[in-house]
Design a binder for this molecule. Structure first.
Ligand code: ASP
Ligand code: MG
Length: 407
């Protein structure tokens, strides 16, 4: 069971979490619980680091931001004990959860399950685990998994323990066809395939950290997203993230995601010859900048062409600077950038077996007068880049188009 920040934002909320745990225990389960920091805590801690030094030592940053989960793990263990339930807290280094040394975005390498399993067998003890953190053994330093990383801790612990399920408790009651704040008709999905969820999370849906879905998919951990605000004794509803084979009926399009975190760069009059794409994208890759959508126009006799691509908004300024520096080698005539863009994506495993799914969207968007600046497609999704002002209209249009307004 994993509880996010809003679910444990106060002692009262933590008592409510304990009720959910008590219920599962009564059903006869051994339970490992992974907790986040209280809502807003990690932001506060990260803010202090930045205030202390603009470019602080990442190892010390991790030492500071990992502390939020230490507090909630201890508090939940206290509350459980108070209610007569055997429990103890575990920090990442105590289990241990071993990670790489990429401080601030470390990857889990190994989880020692023995001590937790022993706690189940010998003492019937609920293991309350601090999410988001682990240990880089070689240096003996605490490392964190990146924002939202306690989802990943939870799925990794579930895989290491061979759990029957990983229940992620959050402040919404599941995964929706799109953001209900934009489309009030958005519906909760009963089931979503791992691959679909991976695309949704990568393309802008914020329910789960992308890496947690990757892990769930690789280790086939059935992950159930539900709300901790539901009555602990009542009916449970949520979204099961599972293998495609466990989904009986599926729509062609399962969900519409969008990301405002995009920026567009266009290079004009680039020579159309071998090596140019490498000259543009290698320096960006070396600076660790992810390039997403790429559009190159076929050149006419002139031998020059335009190239448009997107990077994340956070990398926009850096990417532009790098390209200006590389202008002599690349040889473009001018560089244009726009950050008032949004990437809208439609996702569904049903696209594999249906033709023309994206074409319908292009037509519907055109009818609303929305211009498409770039397109990418893959087996189970397509994305369009459009002007940010049209975000809501475009998301609503696609939601209706693919029949998602009806349940
Ligand atoms: N507390 C961490 C964060 O806010 C990890 C998490 O909540 O998943 O990013
Ligand atoms: Mg989260």
């Amino acid at each position: 069971m994993k509880f996010g920040g809003t679910s444990i934002a106060s002692i009262e909320r933590i008592r409510n979490v304990a009720r959910h745990i008590a219920r599962e225990r009564q059903l006869g389960h051994d339970i490992a619980v992974v907790v986040s920091a209280m809502a807003g805590k990690t932001n506060e801690l990260a803010g202090w680091c930045e205030e202390a030094a603009k470019l602080c030592d990442r190892r010390e940053y991790d030492a500071v931001v990992a502390s939020g989960e230490q507090v909630t793990a201890g508090l939940l263990a206290i509350v459980l004990q108070e209610q007569g339930i055997a429990a103890r807290s575990w920090q990442g280094w105590q289990i241990p959860i071993l990670t790489s040394n990429e401080h601030g975005s470390a990857r889990i390498k190994h989880i020692g399950a023995a001590a937790i399993l022993d706690g189940f067998a010998a003492r019937g003890e609920v293991a309350v685990i601090a999410g988001f953190q682990g240990l880089h053994k070689e240096s003996g330093r605490i490392a964190t998994l990146g924002r939202g990383g306690s989802d990943t801790s939870a799925v990794a612990v579930a895989a290491a323990l061979g759990a029957v399920r990983c229940d992620i408790y959050t402040d919404v009651d599941g995964v929706y066809t799109t953001d209900p704040q934009i489309v009030p008709k958005a519906k909760r999905l009963d089931r979503v395939a791992f691959e679909e969820m991976l695309e949704m999370a990568s393309l802008g849906a914020k329910v789960l950290q992308v890496r947690s879905v990757e892990l769930a998919m690789v280790h086939k951990v059935k992950t159930f997203v539900r709300s901790s605000f539901d009555d602990p004794g009542g009916f449970k509803q949520g979204t099961l993230i599972c293998g495609e084979e466990d989904i009986v009926e599926s729509q062609v399009v399962t969900g519409i995601a969008f990301s405002r975190d995009e920026a567009q760069i266009t290079l004009r009059r680039v020579a159309d010859r071998p090596g140019i794409a490498a000259a543009i994208f290698m320096p960006l890759a070396e600076a660790n900048i992810n390039v997403d959508m790429i559009v190159q126009v076929a050149s006419e006799d002139s031998g020059v062409t335009d190239i448009t691509f997107t990077v994340s908004a956070a990398d926009f300024a850096r990417a532009q600077t790098i390209l200006f520096k590389a202008q002599p080698e690349i040889g473009f005539s001018s560089q244009h950038g726009a950050s008032d863009v949004v990437k809208i994506s439609a996702i569904g495993v049903g696209m594999r077996s249906h033709a023309g799914v994206a074409a319908l969207a292009f037509k519907a968007l055109a009818e609303k007068g929305i211009n498409i600046r770039a397109i990418t497609t893959s087996e189970i999704k397509f994305s369009v880049l459009i002007e940010a002002a049209y975000t809501e209209l475009a998301v609503r249009t696609l939601h209706t188009l693919y029949g998602l307004d009806k349940a």
